[in-house]
Design a protein around this ligand. Structure first.
Ligand code: NAD
Length: 478
């Protein structure tokens, strides 16, 4: 597939390409252009026209076009879901809801933008009795949307739809391993009526394109979902031009199981939350903090439940566990498991790569705070490290002993204990009697500490992607 610059399909100016593999089989699927600096500059030049045109387009018209995008996404759900599963190895039963969610995101932002109100000020300050002061929201300009591989359609839709609904021109940079579904979404948005100078997509090296966009004085905001390492690099690169930066980054989320929890539910939530998307979810439970009195029972039930996880083709309706994004990623997870075992954890089951890019559902017991996996090492695969605790304070201390703070989950039948624990967790959201592997499109989703900057969701993003301007009418009420 080609990228989209100025509404046209485009190759890289030097003709170089990057091969996209079918993640599950490793077989080449397509190629994408490896954009050069001159390609990025061309897209930025074109976006300067686009931002003026789009800002001058009435809100009702922008929203009408975005509703049309949502309609087309829904109409082509099956085709897009199949592309997503083929490109990244996500199981088809998870690809369909992701595409459906993308359509809802477009619809939600289109609706919300029609009602993005400013404020009027009361005459609270002495001497302001005769003034009228009100605010409006104006677009930022050009927003660069950099998205990750793991929920490409959903997460890029959050960025594209919110930026466009707020009146900005957009340059999308999808992940390099699986950009095809995003290219298809961009094409569909252009078909729905988003002008070609308003929405563009450049493909290729994240380091080259992302860094160039982050540093560029004519890019007004960067919204990135990705790893903390890349988030830090974007924040540093963007600092030189003081552009707005929104970062949705990594996590090592706690899942706390008290002895009074519904144990069947706890095991089900743990396994579902960790195995979904082959373990490649930012807010998946990644550390299983289990009260010692029930730890052995939890480990045994989780082991038995993991054996039932059906492995297979991502396109098979019966498959529970698809492939990781690449064979390289699977080998990386294997190394992390080996490292944790070398640090003293006990391998209960799994631990190995199979069939190129698949990873066995893996359970590790006897994990302690001395191990990297219990603190700052994010594992992006179906791996469950179990850490024991005795008191509530101990559970909270273990949960918070990480540089991350995305989401968390607490399992207990005691509401007071649940809320006390949830309140003490240093993270952006807590699910009670469920794993933290949850995101609602409206929710202000985001992390504390090294898990991010800002919040993303239909209830919050539009304001973040606009400038609030004050109009001061001095003495008009005289
Ligand atoms: P990644 O950081 O490797 O890549 C993310 C994007 O950044 C890609 O498009 C990549 O090409 C681009 N990129 C790479 N180097 C860059 C640079 N120097 N400057 C700018 N952009 C650059 O992440 P990934 O492997 O695609 O995704 C997995 C990570 O994302 C995990 O850490 C996961 O927890 C996190 N994530 C977070 C959320 C969230 O909402 N908090 C959601 C999904 C994934």
């Amino acid at each position: 597939m080609k990228m989209f610059i100025g509404g046209q399909r485009a190759d890289a100016s030097d003709g170089k390409t990057h091969v996209v593999l079918n993640s599950a089989t490793g077989v080449p699927l397509d190629t994408i252009p490896a954009a050069t600096v001159s390609d990025i500059e061309r897209a930025i030049d074109i976006a300067q026209e686009g931002k003026l045109r789009w800002a001058a387009t009435p809100q009702y018209e922008r929203s009408r076009i975005l509703q049309r995008c949502a309609d087309l996404i829904e109409e082509r759900q099956e085709e897009l879901a199949t592309l997503l599963s083929t490109d990244m190895g996500k199981i088809i039963r998870e690809s369909r809801p992701e595409i459906r969610c993308s359509a809802q995101i477009f619809r939600g932002f289109a609706e919300q933008a029609n009602h993005l109100y400013g404020k009027t000020m009361p005459d609270y300050q002495y001497g302001s009795e005769k003034d009228l002061i009100f605010t409006t929201h104006q677009p930022l300009g050009v927003v660069a949307c950099i998205s990750p591989f793991n929920y490409p359609a959903e997460l890029c839709s959050h960025k594209m739809a919110s930026s466009l609904a707020a009146g900005n021109a957009v340059i999308v940079k999808p992940a390099t391993d699986n950009p095809l579904v995003i290219l298809a979404l961009v094409e569909l948005c252009l078909e729905a009526g988003v002008p070609g100078d308003v929405l563009q997509c450049v493909t290729g090296s994240g380091a080259l394109i992302g860094d160039h966009l982050s540093k560029h004085p004519r890019i007004d905001a960067i919204t990135l979902t990705g790893s903390t390492e890349v988030g830090l690099s974007v924040a540093k690169a963007a600092a030189g031009t003081l552009k707005r930066v929104f970062l949705e980054l990594g996590g090592n989320d706690p899942f706390i199981v008290y002895e009074d929890a519904d144990m069947d539910l706890a095991v089900e939530e743990a396994v579902r939350g960790r195995v979904q998307n082959a373990g490649q979810t930012c807010c998946a439970p990644k550390r299983f903090i289990v009260q010692n009195s029930v730890r052995a029972a939890f480990v045994e039930s989780a082991r038995a439940r993991l054996q039932q996880v059906r492995r297979g083709s991502p396109l098979d309706e019966n498959t529970d566990l698809g492939a990781l994004i690449s064979a390289r990623a699977a080998r990386g997870v294997e190394e992390q498991v080996q490292h944790t075992v070398a640090q003293g954890a006990r391998l209960i089951c799994g631990g190995h790569v199979f069939d190129n890019a698949y990873f066995e559902p893996t359970l590790l017991d006897d994990v302690t705070l001395r191990m990297d996996i219990a603190r700052d090492m994010e594992v992006f695969g179906p791996v469950m490290p179990v850490i024991g605790f005795d008191t509530m304070q101990e559970a909270i201390d273990i949960a918070n002993a990480t540089c991350f703070g995305l989401q968390g989950g607490v399992m207990t039948r005691d509401n007071k204990k649940a809320f006390q624990t949830a309140a003490a967790l240093a993270c952006g959201g807590v699910c009670i009697n469920a794993s933290g592997n949850f995101r609602n499109v409206d929710q202000p989703f985001g992390g504390w500490k090294m898990s991010g900057l800002g919040r993303e969701g239909i209830s919050v993003t539009l304001k973040e992607l606009t400038q609030e301007k004050s109009f001061i009418l001095k003495g008009v009420l005289a």
